[in-house]
Design a protein around this ligand. Structure first.
Ligand code: ADP
Length: 483
């Protein structure tokens, strides 16, 4: 067994309940890990980045005001008030120097700035600005007096290569340590509470999801033992309900097939026993009584032959169907003329129809050459006519029609019998189904129509039955392979 399949088989031994619970808990833990990482470990970096970006954006604004001042689009006082607003809004300390590094304007909002009035310091910064590649500096440094970290942002004004001035911005980086501490405490509490909550909810949820499946499995085991009255309870959610419904459907079908199979055995053994008893009785009669009387003997022998025919018919039906259903049967198509074939089959019934008074009325259409498995289609027609004779009414009339249609040759076999009830129609083509009220002279195992269905399905031909209670039934099928 490969490692993957080993893992899979180990995986399939884990109960759903546990899996759902595990997924839920894993998800919760992941959410918290992410939250902790972002809140605690990245908070400081995040804050500093944000501050630097805010300083850069203020610097951009001041720089563009400076350009407008230089271009004469803005008065000096307008410029000053603009810079003041920016500085106050963002808690910044701003120092603007001219190209000779003389302070020309400054705003102090912090009270403890690193740049104001420190001429040698500013020149060091300006030197760094000019040294840097993009003419911009960003430093964080500790204010020696307050002990706070400060952000220093500096850049050139005007042309980068030939600056007309310099801008230095200073802002305080408020220590986030205490904030982090508060958040940590709070998060700890939330984490503990929510993990307990998630644990309880997931436990409850996983049970709810797994319960219907466990119940259905228990019922299915019951069904497997052959209890067809098992009820499947799929309450809980849609999928479980669907599963339960499907199993209920499978159960009714299984129970039906089971009953039919039992009926078949009963029918077959009953139908086999009768001719066998007769065979034995007549054979004994010939041995003991009629052996010397040629007339009587022949009569009895005739009965023996008829009963043997009846037996082989039944056995053949069973064999045919099992062959058809095994899927091994292949079609053996050949071309033949359908009207001719129908007359030929009807002629085969001549003996019985004359003897018993049945009339088979044949209405042919113009001759058509069809291409299909002649032996099997013959059997379909034979079975349908045989059924029509068996089930037709007192008038003993059977109608066989050939109707040529654009889709193929339609063949109908009609009788004048009792008809078939609506709910029975879908059952009659099933294996082993026979109505309870069949007569002894009706030879059959309940397999005739199943053979019809199997053959027509193999050919992919449409078929069906129309029936009116008390008036009769019309069985039809359409041969669509017409030359
Ligand atoms: P069998 O005739 O051997 O019982 P079939 O498979 O041929 O088996 O038919 C199944 C059932 O369908 C029959 O038992 C009968 O109830 C019904 N049936 C078939 N043909 C007709 C018909 N022409 N008229 C009424 N009922 C029919």
């Amino acid at each position: 067994m490969s490692a993957i399949s080993k893992l899979r088989s180990a995986n399939s031994r884990i109960p759903l309940k546990f899996k759902v619970w595990l997924y839920f808990i894993t998800f919760t833990i992941m959410v918290f890990v992410l939250l902790w990482v972002f809140q605690i470990f990245f908070l400081e970096n995040f804050y500093e980045n944000m501050k630097t970006r805010a300083a850069a954006s203020s610097a951009d604004k001041i720089s563009s005001c400076y350009d407008r001042l230089a271009a004469g689009e803005m008065t000096r006082s307008e410029f000053q008030s603009k810079v003041e607003t920016i500085a106050h809004d963002n808690d910044l300390c701003v120092e603007i120097l001219d190209r000779y590094e003389r302070s020309i304007y400054s705003v102090e909002t912090l009270g403890d700035c690193l740049i104001h009035g420190r001429v040698n310091k500013t020149s060091i910064y300006i030197f760094s600005i000019l040294e840097s590649e993009d003419r911009t500096i960003r430093y964080t440094m500790k204010n020696p007096r307050s002990g706070y970290n400060m952000l220093l942002y500096g850049r050139t004004l005007g042309n980068k290569n030939n600056p007309s001035g310099y801008l230095l911005i200073n802002s305080v980086l408020v220590p986030v340590g205490s904030t982090v501490y508060i958040i940590k405490r709070q998060l700890m509490l939330i984490t503990v509470l929510l993990i307990i909550f998630a644990f309880v909810i997931s436990l409850f949820l996983s049970r709810r999801i797994a319960r219907p499946i466990a119940e259905i499995t228990k019922s299915a085991e019951q069904l497997a033992k052959g209890d067809f009255s098992t009820e499947f309870d799929g309450r809980g959610y849609l999928e479980a309900k669907k599963l339960a419904d499907t199993l209920t459907y499978a159960e009714t079908e299984l129970s039906r097939v089971d009953n039919m199979q039992r009926d078949l055995i009963a029918n077959v053994s009953h139908d086999l026993r009768t001719p066998l008893t007769m065979l034995k009785a007549y054979a004994e009669m010939i041995r003991d009584l009629s052996g010397d009387n040629p007339k009587k003997r022949n009569e009895h022998l005739e009965i023996i032959i008829n009963e043997t025919d009846r037996l082989s018919l039944m056995v053949n039906d069973i064999l045919d169907l099992s062959k058809l259903e095994s899927g091994k049967q292949k079609l053996n198509p050949s071309e033949f003329e359908i009207s001719g074939k129908l007359s030929e089959i009807i002629d085969r019934f001549k003996g019985i129809s004359e003897k018993m008074g049945y009339t088979i009325n044949f209405t042919p259409d113009s001759e058509r050459t069809v291409c299909c498995d002649v032996v099997k289609i013959e059997q379909v027609i034979y079975n349908l006519i045989n059924n029509a004779i068996n089930y037709t009414g007192e008038d003993k009339q059977v109608f066989v029609r050939q109707i040529n249609t654009p889709e193929g040759v339609l063949i109908e076999v009609e009788d004048t019998g009792d008809g078939i009830e609506e709910d029975k129609i879908k059952l009659i083509f099933d294996k082993y189904y026979r109505s309870e009220n069949h007569k002894r002279e009706v030879v059959g195992t309940g397999l005739g129509l199943s053979i019809v269905k199997a053959v027509l399905k193999l050919h992919n031909y449409d078929y069906g039955v129309r029936s009116t209670l008390g008036k009769g039934s019309t069985f039809w099928f359409r041969i669509s392979d017409v030359k």
